[in-house]
Ligand binder design. Structure first.
Ligand code: NDP
Length: 347
C-alpha cells in the first residue's frame, strides 16, 4: 500500500523562524503485515503545537521531548481509526489517539502505545481529542485550577495572553466559569478580539499588534489584575505583570514569543519584572500539564460535559491534507489560527 508521510528535511536553527521548507513530503510503500500486538491505523487528524518548535532543534532543551531526526518521520498528537488489528485490546473501527502519532496517512503501530477513546465524549467531533477534550483542554483547566487560585466571590480579574489560541481561548472561559468577574484577552488581530468578546464571553480583548496594551489594560482592568494566564512571555507579560495586584498569581503556561530564540525555559525575566513579583508577593510557578496526568481522566470528563452543555465554546482552525502539515505548523506559530489548529488527513 502506498502512503504519504512527512519527514524533517532541515532544521531552522535555534534562532531561526521555522518554515514549511523544513518539512518534506514523501511517498513510501507500507506492508500491512501485522505482527502480534500491532495494528494498522488510518490517520484522521493531526495536531500542530508550539512545543514542536523545540523538537526541530538538534537538542530539544527539555528532557521530556526528543528531537525529531533529519529524514525521519515527524510525530506528535494524532487521532485515527483502527483498520486491522492483531492487538487483543483493539478492534477494527476503534477510534484511538496518541501523543506520538506519525505524520503519515496510514501506519503500522504497536497497539499498547495507543489510547482508545469514546467518540461520544466529543459528540463525534473527533478532532476535539487533540484540543478541547485532549491535552489543550487539560492544560487550560488544570493550569487555572492548579496555579490560578481563582475563588468564587473574590471579585478577581483574569488576563490571558495568547487568548485566541487553543489553550488561551479555553483558559479564559474556565476562569469566567470558576468565578472571575472580569476576563480580558490579549491576542494578535481584530478578528480574534471580536471572537473573544462576541463568541466566547470575554469581558474585553486587546490587539497587541496595534493597541497600547498598557493603556488599554488600565482601562479595562480598573481594579488591577489578580490572575494572569501567560502563554506568551516577553514584553507582553512584562506589561501585564506591571499591573498585577499584591498577592496575584501568574500561571506560567508557555512563552511562545521566545521559542525562536536560543534561551533556556523559562526564559530569564528582566530585573524590573523580578522585583515586581517579589515586592508584591506574586506567585509565578511553572505549570506542566504532564505533571498532572493523574487528574486527566476526571478533567476530560468535566471538559466534555462543559462543552456538551454549551458552557464552553470550542474554536478550531482546520487545514486539509498531510501535504500542509508544515504550512499549518508555521501558520500557527505566527498566529494564523483562531482556537486549535488542526490538520484533517482523511474522512
Ligand atoms: P495557540 O493555539 O495559542 O497558538 C499559538 C499562538 O501564539 C498563535 O496563534 C499566536 O497568536 C501566538 N503568538 C505567536 N507568536 C507570538 C508572539 N511573539 N507574541 C505573542 N503571541 C504570539 O497554541 P497552544 O494553545 O497550543 O499553546 C499556547 C501556549 O501554551 C504555548 O506557549 C505553549 O507552549 C503552551 N503550552 C503549555 C503546556 C504546558 O503544559 N505548560 C501544554 C500545552 C501548551 P496571536 O495572533 O495572538 O499572536
Amino acid at each position: 500500500m502506498q502512503v504519504q508521510r512527512v519527514v524533517l528535511d532541515c532544521r531552522p536553527g535555534k534562532n531561526g523562524e521555522p518554515s514549511p521548507g523544513n518539512f518534506r513530503l514523501e511517498q513510501i510503500s507500507l506492508t500491512p503485515d501485522l505482527k502480534d500486538g500491532e495494528v494498522l491505523v488510518r490517520t484522521l487528524y493531526l495536531s500542530v503545537d508550539p512545543y514542536m518548535r523545540c523538537r526541530m532543534n538538534e537538542d530539544s532543551g527539555a528532557d521530556y521531548l526528543t528531537p525529531w531526526q533529519l529524514s525521519e518521520c515527524v510525530d506528535g498528537g494524532g487521532v485515527g481509526v483502527v483498520e486491522t488489528s492483531r492487538c487483543s485490546a483493539l478492534a477494527e473501527g476503534d477510534v484511538i489517539t496518541s501523543f506520538n502519532w506519525p505524520w503519515q496517512t496510514h501506519a503500522v503501530v504497536k497497539g499498547d502505545g495507543l489510547q482508545k477513546v469514546d467518540p461520544q465524549m466529543v459528540d463525534g467531533h473527533l478532532s476535539h481529542f487533540l484540543g478541547a477534550v485532549g491535552i489543550t483542554g487539560l492544560t487550560a483547566l488544570l493550569g487555572v485550577r492548579e496555579k490560578g487560585h481563582v475563588t468564587k466571590g473574590a471579585n478577581q480579574t483574569m488576563v490571558v495572553s495568547g487568548a485566541a489560541g487553543a489553550c488561551g481561548s479555553l483558559a479564559g472561559q474556565i476562569g469566567r466559569l470558576d468565578g472571575c468577574v472580569r476576563v480580558v484577552g490579549i491576542c494578535g488581530s481584530d478578528e480574534k478580539c471580536k471572537a473573544l468578546v462576541e463568541d466566547l464571553g470575554f469581558s474585553a480583548a486587546i490587539n497587541y499588534r496595534k493597541e497600547d496594551v498598557s493603556a488599554r489594560l488600565r482601562d479595562v482592568c480598573p481594579e488591577g489584575i489578580h490572575v494572569y494566564f501567560d502563554n506568551v512571555g516577553g514584553a507582553i507579560s512584562d506589561i501585564v505583570i506591571e499591573q498585577m495586584n499584591k498577592g496575584g498569581h501568574v500561571i506560567l503556561c508557555g512563552q511562545i514569543s521566545q521559542y525562536n530564540k536560543d534561551v533556556p525555559y523559562p526564559p530569564p525575566l528582566s530585573d524590573k519584572t523580578k522585583e515586581i513579583l517579589q515586592s508584591r508577593s506574586i506567585t509565578r510557578e511553572r505549570f506542566m500539564v504532564l505533571s498532572y496526568m493523574s487528574k486527566a481522566e476526571a478533567a476530560l470528563f468535566e471538559l466534555s460535559h462543559l462543552i456538551k452543555s454549551a458552557q464552553i465554546k470550542v474554536l478550531e482552525t482546520e487545514v486539509n491534507g498531510i501535504e500542509n502539515m508544515g504550512v499549518a505548523f508555521c501558520s500557527m506559530m505566527k498566529g494564523g489560527n483562531i482556537g486549535k489548529q488542526i490538520v484533517k488527513i482523511s474522512d
